[in-house]
Ligand binder design. Structure first.
Ligand SMILES: Cc1cc2nc3c(=O)[nH]c(=O)nc-3n(C[C@H](O)[C@H](O)[C@H](O)COP(=O)(O)OP(=O)(O)OC[C@H]3O[C@@H](n4cnc5c(N)ncnc54)[C@H](O)[C@@H]3O)c2cc1C
Length: 396
């Protein structure tokens, strides 16, 4: 097995590294891993950076050039992901849509849809959110009840979505709707996109335990949706959804693991435990070494998934493994951080101080990490998939 990159791939890496070093705004680095901007001001700053990336074609790395992408390969995309994280570049305003929905449109969309939707998605000119989950349809997504009724010239959409990340910043929502209620539950679903500024769309915030506004509920009351907004065949949205969810599972085991571990190592140098820095304490040194081992194995599992993709093979168990192992890794990192900080680590009153300047971030990270095990399909469901499809265990 050869894990070395070719000279051309290394040249790509260095060109990108140089560009990012010159262009990533300093003030966006601290909260780079936060999926959703904390304010409109931060949103606009991230959007301005994304516009720059798009102008230099440093986004949509494997997407075809005619839709605004770079037209490079999957390996270059993997190198890009490593360098982007290394540079502490901020999550793009359209980060999940670019990783999940854009590829879905490339796979299922008409030529007109690709021309209309993809370039503004890359530049951040138009922002997107995902409307799959409903109050009674999460793990059992096919139970969704939001209806789209064929009214001749248009669809009329009525229902409710929930846990809609960044819905309050979005211009568009891509969603699953029931178009044939008489059909079995996995049939009769369609995929379409809806203008969030349409009459009848209402966005209500859901505030997290961290105090952050990440999610929303989105209500649809007889919303008119043009027929051309249907993506993929009518009533066959489940197949379209599987494309999105496969891309989503690959990135839903947490983010920025390497830089999160670096944050933890920095913390270990600053926090005093038993009269010396945690970084000199046997217990914490062992814990950090173990995390580093898990980080490396996660990287190589990612390369295995990549190899399948390059060979044109269907997605394998690696995607569910990336989800479960990635989640365990971030959970363990936050456990070690909490042990270092002691009980104070979970108190909102932990204020920045000379020894721990990013104290407040740790509270946010420690509490926020629980969501990672749920987003993009829960780890329990991923374990079921590994058990049933890879190990051949009986169905749960
Ligand atoms: C950070 C975050 C971001 C999200 N963003 C979005 C978004 O932008 N758009 C969107 O549509 N959705 C989003 N979601 C929703 C997410 O996809 C759902 O929360 C997830 O699929 C679980 O569904 P649920 O919340 O209904 O939980 P449920 O399905 O009700 O599950 C509850 C519990 O039961 C367990 N469980 C359920 N079924 C089984 C089973 N068969 N075997 C074993 N255990 C089981 C689950 O693992 C879980 O622990 C987001 C969630 C999070 C946390």
């Amino acid at each position: 097995m050869d894990f070395d990159f070719t000279p051309e791939q290394e040249a790509f890496r260095m060109e990108l590294r140089t560009w990012l070093e010159a262009n990533v705004p300093e003030d966006l680095k601290a909260n780079a891993a936060d999926m959703v901007p904390s304010s409109w001001e931060e949103f606009e700053k991230r959007r301005a950076f994304q516009k720059k990336l798009a102008a230099a074609r440093w986004i949509g790395i494997w997407w075809p050039r005619e839709y605004g992408g770079r037209g490079a390969g999957i390996i270059e995309q993997a190198i890009y992901d490593e360098e982007y994280e290394r540079a502490h570049a901020p999550r793009m305003t359209n980060h999940p849509p670019i990783n999940q929905w854009g590829p879905t449109v490339i796979h299922w969309g008409t030529e007109a849809q690709k021309k209309r939707l993809l370039a503004p998605m890359l530049s951040g000119e138009e922002t997107w959110c995902q409307g799959y989950s409903e109050p009674n349809a999460g793990s059992d997504l096919a139970s969704l009840q939001t209806r789209a009724v064929d009214k001749g010239d248009y669809f009329e959409v009525t229902g409710q979505k929930i846990w809609t990340s960044a819905g309050h910043f979005a211009d568009w929502i891509y969603m699953l709707v029931r178009t044939d209620p008489a059909a079995p539950k996995h049939k009769g679903i369609s995929c379409m996109y809806v203008d969030m500024h349409s009459p009848g769309v209402e966005v209500r915030p859901l505030i997290e335990i961290t105090g952050a506004h990440h999610f929303n509920e989105v209500f649809f009351d007889a919303v008119r949706v043009p027929k051309e907004n249907l993506v993929g065949p009518l009533h066959e949205g489940w197949r379209v959804a599987m494309t999105t969810l496969n891309y989503e599972r690959a990135i839903s085991g947490g983010h920025n693991h390497a830089s999160q571990l670096n944050h933890l190592i920095e913390l270990a140098k600053k926090v005093t435990v038993n009269g010396h820095p945690a970084s000199e304490d046997d217990y914490f040194r062992q814990q950090i070494a173990q995390l580093k081992i898990e980080l490396e194995s996660l990287k190589y599992t990612g390369y295995r998934a990549l190899t399948r993709q390059i060979k044109g093979q269907p997605a394998g168990p690696e995607l569910s493994m990336l989800k479960t192992v990635g989640c365990n890794l971030v959970l363990n990192m936050m456990r070690v951080a909490t042990e270092m900080l002691g009980g104070f680590g979970t108190l909102a009153g932990l204020t920045p101080n000379p020894s721990i300047p990013d104290a407040r971030e740790w509270l946010h990270r420690v509490l926020g990490v629980r969501g990672v095990t749920i987003a993009g399909g829960t780890t329990e469901i991923s374990r079921n998939i590994i058990g049933e499809r890879t190990l051949g265990l009986p169905k749960s």
